[in-house]
Design a protein around this ligand. Structure first.
Ligand code: 5GP
Length: 144
């Protein structure tokens, strides 16, 4: 497996070197809007610790990472009135990974609604910012 590249896009976002639309952050994780969302409310949960994927990650990061995934999954479900939430994660190119800093996709789902393509079309940034605000509101007043 290749070494972790500290200049991947998400490492730069974590260091604040390139912009992102942030939804939530704590000492272990950062949550941002995916710029090519497969459904409205598609976010990415990034551990701050560097690893290419799940395969080379320190297992100590999984507890805080998936605690954030659960909090965010509930928030996107509430914010978008979703019936379910897709949580997915790719490891290496052959599995579909395109950015080589471990991340978990959290996508609100409604029955019968088709997913847009993975890494498809860039979203309107104003709309993404509005969706981020909806998720933040749900985080501030959880119903579960
Ligand atoms: P994966 O590595 O799991 O295949 O997917 C990477 C995800 O990151 C894709 O869903 C893609 O839309 C998203 N993405 C790629 N570049 C950027 C970026 O610069 N900013 C943000 N917020 N998302 C990105």
């Amino acid at each position: 497996m290749p070494a972790y590249d500290p200049n991947n896009i998400f490492a730069k976002i974590l260091r604040g070197e390139i912009p992102s639309i942030k939804v939530y952050e704590d000492s272990d994780t950062l949550v941002i809007m995916d710029i090519m969302p497969q459904a409205d409310g598609h976010v990415l949960v990034l551990p701050r610790a560097p690893s290419r994927s799940l395969l080379d990650a320190d297992p100590a990061i999984f507890k805080p990472l998936f605690e954030t995934v659960q909090v965010i999954a509930r928030a996107v479900q509430q914010a978008f009135g979703a019936e379910g939430v897709l949580v997915k994660q790719f490891n290496e190119e052959a599995a579909g990974q395109t950015v080589f800093h471990l991340h978990v996709h959290v996508v609100p789902r409604k029955a019968g609604e088709a997913l847009r393509p993975h890494s498809g079309k860039m979203a309107d940034m104003t709309l993404l910012a509005r969706h981020a605000e909806m998720i933040k509101q749900a985080l501030n007043s959880p119903q579960t």
